[in-house]
Design a protein around this ligand. Structure first.
Ligand code: BGC
Ligand code: NOJ
Length: 822
């Protein structure tokens, strides 16, 4: 069953009924000011950091679900009835309803009793504000006497404190209302130099900033007394819960239309120019004035919207494909690319499953997110790499997270996730391959954000590799530390105390438990380092200062490979780990957790078993033991009970999350591996199983948005097999983008040029693509002339050797690529 449809021509998903199985959300903002918005206008806004600088309140896990947002109420003053044109919060039955989610904007249209309303929400590029553009049309034959009320609830900035510290919070709320603009200034009198403003393009019939006056005692957002009576109170909040509500009277003749704009903005002032007049306690509002006046004008708001559309046309234009499969096309051309930008911006901080309080930017997460984003804006990827690198520890390790507002490592979570540093190598390699910008390696970068500790970024990468070499266990495999990619495999934790964090509790000395996954990842990282080191040497000639060569890294990789074959191969698949007792995990010797997906993916991606047939063997085992129609589960058999020595993985009921759920992030590793062994049909089949667009028809089961990937789909051991959770913020997005574009369609950046090496399904006769790469437009046409995977390339009519297209001369703007597959 579907709850909407894809409108690919407009790059929108159109939701046709408000009561979707879960709120289906979208994101506003692409740079610094962000918002989450659901299909019924729920959600909240923040500046840079969802925890530390939150503008509006939202209560997670509420009933009814998704309460709190950017709300509007329409009141028919003649009849006295009222409703929400975005359905929530009054949930009045509407005659028509439609929500269109696009890239960075959402438009919700509805009609009731002949009054049509359309609300477009977006954040203009380069601004710290959001616009709500409301268009009201009277489709009746008689005049309409309407009142329009807006409503938001201000968050007192620190979302965690806001939700917990009531003894203080109930006394600190402050607002100003000047010239019909509502200003939120809690804590501005002391250490904050920022405020929020909420403005409307029309003269007001009234306003409210006290929640209890607006709603009335013991009432909810579905029945505010102010809306019911049609009378605002002009209330000024002192403490308690400051809100913002405007009241606009709208008289519409038959057939008449009117536009009303609301703006919610965030503004900072210099610390010594906060007040106007100086010495007073009144906000200096001059800084906000320009944007305010600009965007309350329809023409400017329209222009800003067009600019946003253009921006996304440009970004999505970096890679466009036309294949025989519409699910592939719309995900690659629109939604998957868009989700990659969102994961890049948010990491795992704020979604409808991530509260915005729990986590900042993850080190491994951000490095992986970058893989799917780097082609869109390489400059921003560069900046992110520098931010991440500056939090790296001197021993090569990493803070597991950092806060986006401060860019400092998060001490609460700390470090010791032993896979973390290796991902930085992969991210830097991807950035250089995309951009050709080798200069990033010379950037002087601090460790732990400590001035005076700078070394070239290249040395950070070397230390990242060294980190693993310094931490090998009894089998010479890398020690796992707190966890590797699988945060829930906590082999040094041994926690028997409820509530203890599996992430940070470590009861063992960590000198025994090892990870085959990190071993595979290390091989991959060493191969990338070899590529980087080789080129670095070529470029710098005899003055090359770094002591390790390409060959050294290849040697590290080869040694680790031998170790994997000795201790990490189980006969039919790669093993997963050794626990603190030195017992193997992910082996036929185990009764539960015999086979895990992660090492099969990563080891084959690192090239293991491509020559001796073991890669195919491992992948066949995945097909046999782990694949389901809804995707590939993380391991089998699921853990039937809690195992002290395994940690969080066994805390989940079977089939959910890391305990044998379809943890989608790992699926593309298998797609890539299948493509690497030449199995185009299998790779594409796995791709399709979790492609959200291909799952649209089963939305009642899948439950999450059909336009973005979710972190998890319940596995075969679960009661709700096929049900997705934790949509939007997952490494699934970047890796699926990499799997389909770089390995199945085979268009992948290399250090020396663009590589074209498709491994497509046997039933495809080819596909077309355009790719912007280092300023050149590649027009790629792929034709299948035989059943295999052998690729021959013709560049501008001339055949070339191999599959990497050499970089063209400086004056070339377009390269025509013809690939024949036989
Ligand atoms: C989740 C993991 C996540 C970890 C870190 C766990 O509860 O299952 O997927 O990586 O928390 O916050
Ligand atoms: C989600 C986390 O954000 C990510 O870092 C981790 O790799 C996966 N869960 C698997 O546990």
């Amino acid at each position: 069953m579907k709850f909407g449809y894809f409108d690919d021509a407009h790059r929108e998903y159109v939701i046709t009924r408000p009561d979707t199985p879960l709120p289906w959300i979208n994101y506003l903002g692409c740079e610094a000011y962000f918002g989450l918005i659901s299909n019924t206008a729920g959600g909240y806004s923040f500046y840079k950091d969802a925890r530390l600088r939150r503008l509006t309140r939202y209560r997670y896990n509420n009933a009814p679900i998704d309460m709190g947002g950017r709300y509007l109420y329409l009141r028919d003053n003649s009849a006295g009835n009222y409703w929400s044109p975005t359905w929530m919060p009054t949930r009045t039955k509407l005659d028509e309803y439609e929500c269109r989610h696009g890239q960075g904007y959402t438009t919700i249209t509805s009609r009731l009793g002949g009054i049509r309303s359309s609300v477009r929400y977006f954040v203009p590029l380069g601004e710290s504000l959001e616009i709500w553009q409301v268009r009201l049309t009277n489709e009746n034959a008689s005049d309409a006497d309407l009142s329009l009320f807006s409503a938001i609830e201000f968050c007192l900035w620190d979302a965690n404190d806001d939700a917990t510290n009531f003894q203080r919070n109930y006394s600190i709320g402050q607002v100003e209302v000047v010239d019909d603009v509502i200003y939120h200034k809690t804590e501005y009198r002391e250490r904050r130099d920022h405020f929020a403003y909420f403005a409307c393009s029309e003269p007001l019939a009234g306003f409210d900033t006290k929640r209890e006056e607006f709603l009335g005692p013991y009432r909810g957002w579905n029945e505010p007394v102010v809306v019911e009576t049609g009378q605002s109170c002009n209330s000024l909040a002192h403490g308690w819960q400051p809100i913002g509500s405007h009241h606009v009277k709208v008289l519409l003749k038959a057939g008449e239309q009117k536009q009303i704009i609301f703006i919610l903005g965030y503004q900072e002032n210099p610390g010594d120019d906060k007040f106007d007049p100086p010495g007073s306690q009144i906000i200096n509002k001059k800084s906000a004035k320009k944007s305010l006046e600009k965007y309350l004008r329809t023409a400017n708001a329209d222009q800003a919207f067009e600019d946003l559309r253009e921006y996304w046309t440009m970004l999505l234009g970096k890679l466009k494909v036309s294949t025989p499969d519409q699910h592939t096309d719309r995900m690659v051309n629109i939604w998957n690319a868009y989700q990659c930008m969102v994961t890049f911006n948010m990491s795992r901080s704020a979604s409808y499953f991530e509260s915005g309080i729990g986590r900042g930017m993850g080190f491994r997460d951000s490095n992986q997110d970058l893989l799917g984003f780097v082609h869109m804006i390489p400059e921003r990827a560069r900046e992110r790499i520098l931010d991440l690198t500056a939090t790296q520890l001197k021993n090569g390790g990493a803070f597991h997270q950092y806060q986006p507002l401060t860019k400092r490592g998060n001490n609460d979570v700390g470090s010791g996730f032993n896979d973390d540093p290796a991902w930085l190598v992969l991210a830097v390699a991807a950035y250089i391959k995309e951009s050709g910008d080798w200069s990033i390696l010379d950037e002087p970068m601090q460790y732990e954000n400590e001035p005076g500790t700078e070394t070239p970024l290249y040395e950070h990468l070397q230390r990242a590799i060294q980190y693993t070499l310094d931490r090998l266990g009894p089998n010479n495999l890398p020690l796992i530390g707190r966890a590797d990619w699988n945060d829930c495999l906590n082999l040094n934790c041994f926690s028997d105390t409820p509530g203890q964090s599996f992430q940070t509790t470590t009861n063992k000395d960590g000198k025994v438990a090892e990870s085959v996954f990190i071993a595979g990842l290390f091989v991959l990282a060493c191969q990338e380092m070899a590529g980087i080191a080789g080129k670095k040497k070529e470029e710098s000639g005899p003055s090359f200062v770094y002591p390790l060569s390409s060959d050294d890294y290849l040697r590290f990789a080869a040694d680790m490979e031998s170790t994997i074959w000795a201790a990490g191969w189980d006969g039919d698949w790669f093993r997963r780990a050794y626990d603190d007792y030195g017992h193997v995990l992910g082996s036929k010797e185990n009764t539960e957790g015999q086979i895990f997906i992660e090492p099969q993916g990563i080891c084959v991606m690192a090239g293991l078993g491509l020559e001796n047939g073991n890669a195919v063997k491992a992948l066949d085992s995945v097909g046999q033991h782990l694949a389901t129609p809804h995707g590939i589960v993380l391991q089998q058999p699921a853990f039937s009970q809690y195992y002290l020595h395994l940690g969080e993985i066994s805390s989940y009921p079977p089939g959910y999350k890391e305990n044998a759920g379809i943890f989608c992030h790992t699926n593309p590793w298998i797609m890539i591996a299948e493509a690497m062994v030449g199995h185009g049909d299998r790779a594409f089949d796995y791709y399709t199983r979790i492609n959200p667009s291909a799952r649209e028809e089963i939305s009642e089961l899948h439950k999450c948005e059909p336009y973005v990937y979710a972190q998890m789909i319940a596995g075969k051991d679960a009661a709700t097999h096929g049900e997705a959770k934790n949509s939007w913020l997952s490494g699934t997005s970047a890796w699926n983008y990499v799997a389909i574009t770089q390995f199945i369609l085979g268009i992948r950046p290399a250090f020396d040029g663009l590589e074209v090496k498709p491994v497509i399904p046997s039933g495809w006769d080819g596909f077309e693509a355009t790719r912007l790469f280092r300023g050149v437009r590649y027009e790629i046409s792929v034709k299948r002339e035989g059943p295999g995977n052998e690729v021959n390339l013709e560049i501008d009519g001339k055949p070339i050797e191999g599959t990497v297209i050499p970089l063209p001369g400086n004056d070339t703007s377009t390269v025509k690529v013809r690939a024949v597959i036989r």
